[in-house]
Ligand binder design. Structure first.
Ligand code: HAM
Length: 420
């Protein structure tokens, strides 16, 4: 019978590399906990309309990349291609807006996009997602950008750059859009690009083809046409960012892949990743709540791609500090020692010491190899003869020094030695 592989564009995360994945994820989350963000978990799938309306029909994400299916009850559901729309659906459904604002949330989980797989671009990947809902305050925009920056810094990353711009809002974007449409109408564009321009002209600015970019050199830019209120907002964000010690690059042509953005918009790119250089991104989305049937409340957020961040770490040759495997390893030799080992490991674990032992008949050599691989600093080596003498050997796996410890003292000695 043939065996199976993980579906195209997906991969398994296996130990020991999975420890790095967890460490990266947790490091990205730590600044959020410190800043008072609360954990939220929403379903991996939502009503298709949540994304169609939330993310926007003109985006590749919605028009080409969604995993949409009809369930047995005839409902159209979609595996989430991002977390923001689902979090907003939850915020509205549970009327979180009736409490204190902003509501600060973080989540982490699987995201699905039917993209053409390549290095750093997968069909199943993981995002750490952060949202602050219900308050339009430039200081909040700066807080989110600073939190994302902190996460990358805590991982030791240096090769990343923050691209920042303002996409305006309903006080200036419609007028700008008209200007851009007029400008694009005069260009020599193929039909597909014209169709894209009709849906969302801003997206044309993002066209990577040199012949298109050449024609766009004099395109009007949103930042030159911001209304007084959105300009003041953007200026305030930049002042706060400076106060927070965050540096950025102005990116007036930045176009995000999702349609809900207004005002502050940003992306983090890393120079070691080739084409898929974005390791995170986000922005303000003042119309999303209303678009999903909620109150007219603003929000701002970002998501970091955990998998791409891990690639960036590898590209910089950084070590991820992973929590070591177990602290103590018990090696039994003989049947009585086996029972003793099972009991001791159980007691150690119950007392908060991470511990492991060997299973199956491994022999002394195999068992010591397992002890070395376990990450433990100390092993308890105990044979039936030791037990008869009322001792066990406590071995330092780094120095190979070994002392006989009376059984009555063993538990406390192990705990004290491994620092638990
Ligand atoms: P996004 O820019 O679409 O934003 O995705 C955020 C990050 O997810 C990207 O910067 C990238 O690191 C990672 N990512 C995206 N697609 C893939 C892929 N195919 N394979 C691997 N990694 C990928 C959002 O999703 C917004 N929901 C962010 C946000 C939150 N905006 C406001 N709040």
């Amino acid at each position: 019978m043939s065996t199976f592989s993980a579906p195209k564009g997906t991969f398994d995360t296996l130990p020991p590399a999975s420890a790095e994945f967890l460490a990266v994820r947790d490091t990205l989350v730590a600044p959020l906990r410190r800043a008072g963000y609360g954990y939220i978990e929403t379903p991996t799938f939502e009503d298709t309309t949540v994304f169609a309306r939330g993310v926007g029909e003109s985006t590749d994400v919605v028009s080409k990349e969604m995993y949409t299916f009809t369930d047995r009850g005839g409902r159209s559901l979609t595996l989430r291609p991002e977390l923001t729309a689902g979090l907003m659906r939850s915020f509205i459904e549970h009327r979180l807006y009736s409490g204190a604002l902003p509501v600060k949330l973080w989540s982490v989980g699987s995201v699905f996009r039917y993209e053409r797989p390549q290095a750093g671009r997968y069909r199943h990947f993981t995002q750490v997602d952060v949202e602050a809902l219900g308050v339009d305050d430039p200081a909040l925009d700066a807080e989110l950008v600073a939190l994302a920056t902190q996460g990358y810094r805590d991982l030791g990353l240096t090769g990343f750059e923050l691209l920042l711009t303002s996409l305006g809002d309903e006080t200036c974007r419609p007028q700008y859009r008209e200007l851009l449409v007029e400008f694009l109408a005069k260009l020599d564009l193929d039909e597909e690009t014209r169709a894209r321009a009709a849906l969302n002209p801003l997206r044309v600015l993002d066209d990577k083809r040199p012949e298109v970019q050449a024609q766009l050199a004099d395109a009007p830019l949103m930042v030159d046409h911001l209304s007084d209120s959105t300009r003041a907002h953007y200026d305030a964000v930049r002042e706060h960012l400076t106060d927070l010690g965050v540096t950025w690059t102005e990116a007036p042509r930045l176009v995000r892949g999702l349609d809900y953005y207004t005002k502050t918009t940003f992306e983090f790119v890393h120079d070691g990743l080739g084409a898929q250089s974005a390791i995170g991104g986000g922005g303000r989305y003042d119309g999303l709540s209303a678009a999903l049937g909620g109150p007219d409340l603003s929000g701002i957020g970002y998501a970091v791609g955990v998998d791409r961040t891990l690639l960036a770490i590898r590209a910089e040759g950084l070590d991820v500090v992973t929590s070591p495997g177990v602290q103590a390893f018990v090696v039994p030799l003989g049947a009585a020692a086996k029972s003793f080992a099972v009991r001791l490991v159980g007691q150690l674990r119950a007392a908060g010491v991470s511990a492991d032992t060997v299973y199956g008949d491994r022999g002394l050599k195999g068992a010591m190899k397992a002890a070395d691989r376990s990450g433990a600093t100390h092993a308890v080596v105990v044979g039936d003869r030791d037990l008869a003498e009322g001792v066990a050997q406590l071995r330092d796996l780094r120095t190979h020094e070994q002392v006989a410890v009376p059984l009555g003292e063993l538990f406390d000695r192990v705990r004290a030695t491994v620092g638990a």
